[in-house]
Write a protein that binds this ligand. Structure first.
Ligand code: HPA
Length: 277
């Protein structure tokens, strides 16, 4: 079996040979947020099933394709849907798309996700810049032998969520008259939502948001020196905050409701990141 570097290289080649574009920014669109990929110009769509070694998403609300196209003047590669640990994939498989982005020559990623709001200053539908994470998924995509071609054995995570990207995202949000919060994302395995006691625990340890993705992707991206901007959509308040059960339906509906402003923010941010990277 080929190593991860070689497989990522083959996957990157197979995507790039289908499009004349050379994407500079990689995006991952979370649950209910996939619509942005439909607005790209000169788009080439590649189903994950047609990319060698690429994991296929099974979650509802994840289309499972990579779209290479232009957001305004910015060539991007967009993952419409991601895979999660709770689907039974390994940490390495979950992070593999970041390896592919890296081998495509991409040096900046924008990761989006749906998250539960733990911070009571947030409301359903709020957009939150992730400033840091707490990885409670019990695994790490960098376990096993380190491949020095990808990155160092012990990558620094001090500035995992790029400060200047957050700054420019805040500037773009304010131009659009949008409120953009900032907070810490706790990544859990799922797929069950948290208990109210777990949410109280997460608040105590400093988490503002909770979700089931993103952290492993960020670890792999940083391992390769790829810069990261990550934005959560608070699709629901976390368990026990409101006296109502959580449902995937609610997560999808909120994603749908905020998508116009979320997409406007992405469109504003991408050229700024391109200029900054
Ligand atoms: N918990 C975990 N993951 C989530 C949530 C949540 O409340 N909402 C959306 N993804």
């Amino acid at each position: 079996m080929d190593d991860q570097f070689t497989r990522a290289e083959a996957a990157a080649k197979s995507v790039l040979q289908r499009s004349p574009l050379r994407p500079e920014i990689g995006l991952v669109l979370g649950s209910g947020l996939g619509g942005f990929a439909d607005s790209l110009a000169d788009a080439t769509r590649v189903s994950y099933a047609d990319i060698p070694a690429f994991p296929r998403s099974t979650a509802i609300g994840h289309a499972g394709q990579m779209v290479v196209g232009k957001a305004g003047a910015v060539p991007v590669a967009v993952m419409q849907g991601r895979v999660h640990l709770y689907e039974g994939y390994s940490a390495q498989e979950v992070a593999f798309p970041m390896r592919v982005f890296g081998r495509m020559g991409i040096r900046a990623v924008v990761l989006t996700n749906a998250a539960g709001g733990i911070n009571v200053n947030y409301q359903q539908g709020a957009l939150v810049l992730i400033s840091d994470h707490i990885n409670l998924q019990g695994t790490n995509p960098l376990t096993g032998a380190n491949d020095d071609r990808l990155g160092v054995r012990f990558p620094d995570m001090t500035h995992a969520y790029d400060k200047s990207y957050r700054e420019l995202a805040r500037e773009e949000a304010s131009k659009l008259g949008m409120t953009l919060h900032e907070g810490i994302y706790a990544a859990l395995l799922g797929p069950s939502y948290e208990t109210p006691a777990e949410i109280r625990y997460l608040r105590t340890i400093g988490a503002d948001l909770v979700g089931m993705s993103t952290a492993l992707e960020v670890i792999s991206a940083r391992h390769m020196g790829i810069k990261v901007l990550a934005i959560s959509c608070v699709t629901n308040m976390a368990a026990g905050i409101l006296d109502q059960p959580l449902s995937h339906q609610e997560v999808m509906e909120t994603g749908e409701r905020v998508k116009t402003s979320f997409e406007a923010l992405l469109r504003g941010v991408l050229p700024r990141i391109q200029g900054d990277s």
